[in-house]
Ligand binder design. Structure first.
Ligand SMILES: Cc1cc2nc3c(=O)[nH]c(=O)nc-3n(C[C@H](O)[C@H](O)[C@H](O)COP(=O)(O)OP(=O)(O)OC[C@H]3O[C@@H](n4cnc5c(N)ncnc54)[C@H](O)[C@@H]3O)c2cc1C
Length: 438
């Protein structure tokens, strides 16, 4: 009877378990994870720290689901993998054999490389423990400085604002999330943050975190400005936890390198989720994602292959629905975002390098009040989109992009600066839906 071991009980690890069980009812499956909380929604942490949901809402599974999947859990930390011996070692000195192994250990927040980064009161948002720490310190302290870009920086800003903490937001660049959003979208977010009372400091870089009795007491910017504060939140990017693969002799790049079957350079060792740098044959290079759905899909594909199938991972169109300064925002496909964003090192949470791919497209846009729609219009189909605020057409646009629907009949209308993009897409989608119903 084969034995499978999965390191990490996140989206990728649990999906792999489901896939293995779909093919192998009796094989022994063990999941080892260093987080006692086990499987929970990491994107949900944003709503947990604002107080909109309680902790129990974070857990997608109940005990019966785990019973059905017949899995042995170990709460512990894997220290090393010995592929030649098909064995791994835990921190506590225990050792375990495997036939097939999945590394699904995720990624971790990068630390700010400035003096004072280890002081008490410097926070990040990687996991439930961090979220609980954030809520605890927000009760007693008054002023936070947040540095970084992308979704997590904003989640820290909004989490502290929701708890009555004064917030200064430092941007090294001149606008928010400049490698995904265009200037209009960045400005919409910034305006709303300012209306919420957030003080944004543009072209401002953290130079040093100052402390008193081991606790944060203020910061110095690189230009020498001193701002008193008692919390510093850091969200400058993430780093796949590739070290465990490196020390096992696996091939690594920015993450653990895997082929399209999610197999590492060792025959019986697979990797999936935020830790994996996955080869994409359609673009001919390896790509990082930090998104829940790709982590689940990668984990599932890896699980099938661990249980004996040969199924390639199909990357699909990168997609995220998130909330930026209170505005629901859907981000889909290739957006031609800049490679560089001064506020971010590499990739952030809820981000995809796929969004940075430059489509051969023209841009169509519609703005009304706080709502905005931006479309990347290719020769015959839509290649990417950002929808902010009103989401009425988000499902339609997602399907048009994913299914590569021929939009020739409305292409001119969409690109006409005097026409209504919204009506053109809405009417086209309604007509399409009624044809497919017939
Ligand atoms: C605050 C936040 C907001 C996010 N927002 C979005 C969003 O809006 N949209 C979106 O699509 N995605 C979002 N994400 C990203 C998404 O949650 C991740 O892409 C996804 O959870 C990755 O799953 P994973 O299974 O690869 O890793 P994880 O879920 O990180 O699971 C890995 C687990 O392995 C454990 N582990 C690590 N090393 C070891 C070891 N040596 N031994 C044992 N266990 C170990 C870790 O502690 C962790 O529990 C967000 C993430 C965060 C934190």
């Amino acid at each position: 009877m084969p034995s499978y071991v999965i390191i990490g009980e996140g989206a990728a690890g649990i999906s792999a378990l489901e896939a293995i069980r779909s093919l192998d009812a009796d094989g022994q499956v063990t999941i080892i994870c260093d987080e006692a909380a086990g499987y929970y929604s990491r994107p949900g942490l944003a709503y947990y720290i604002t107080g909109e949901i309680t902790e129990d809402c974070l857990y997608p599974f109940e005990k019966v689901d785990f019973n059905r999947l017949k899995v042995n859990f170990i709460n512990g930390r894997v220290k090393s993998i010995l592929p030649a011996e098909h064995r791994l070692e835990l921190d506590n000195g225990n050792s375990m054999a495997y036939n097939r192994l999945l590394i699904a250990v995720g990624a971790q927040a990068l630390k700010a490389k400035v003096p004072g980064a280890e002081l008490e009161g410097v926070v990040k948002l990687d996991n439930l423990e961090d979220a609980n720490r954030i809520m605890k310190i927000a009760r007693k302290r008054h002023t936070a400085i947040i540095v970084g870009g992308g979704i997590t920086a904003l989640e820290l800003v909004e989490g502290f604002r929701a708890r009555g903490v004064r917030v200064h937001y430092f941007l090294r660049g001149d606008r928010y999330w400049s490698n995904v959003l265009d200037e209009t979208e960045s400005r919409i977010v910034e305006k709303r943050l300012k209306e919420e009372g957030v003080r944004i400091h543009y072209q401002t870089e953290l130079g040093e975190i100052l402390g008193k009795h081991g606790r944060v007491s203020g910061v110095l910017t690189t230009t020498g400005e001193h701002i008193p504060c008692d919390i510093v939140g850091v969200a400058i990017g993430i780093q796949p936890r590739k070290g465990i693969g490196e020390s096992a002799g696996l091939k690594t790049g920015r993450g653990i390198l895997v082929d399209e079957y999610l197999r590492t350079s060792e025959e019986d060792v697979f990797a999936a989720g935020d830790v994996a740098e996955v080869y994409d044959p359609t673009v001919g290079k390896a790509i990082l994602d930090s998104l829940w759905t790709p982590a689940r899909r990668q984990g599932y594909t890896a699980g099938l292959n661990m249980a004996g199938k040969k199924v390639p991972y199909y990357k699909g169109v990168p997609f995220n629905v998130t909330r930026l300064a209170g505005l629901t925002t859907t981000i889909i496909g290739a957006l031609g975002g800049r490679e560089e964003d001064a506020d971010v090192v590499g990739i952030v949470r809820g981000d995809s390098e796929g969004w940075r791919q430059m489509p051969d497209a023209l841009v169509a846009q519609a703005n009304f009040d706080i709502n905005r729609m931006r479309l990347q219009v290719g020769e015959r189909n839509l290649l990417g989109a950002v929808l902010m605020g009103d989401q009425t057409l988000s499902r339609a646009i997602h399907r048009l992009v994913v299914d590569k629907v021929d939009i020739t009949p409305i292409r001119e209308k969409i690109l006409n600066p005097n026409g209504s993009v919204v009506d053109a897409i809405g009417d086209f989608w309604t007509a399409l839906a009624s044809t497919s119903e017939r």
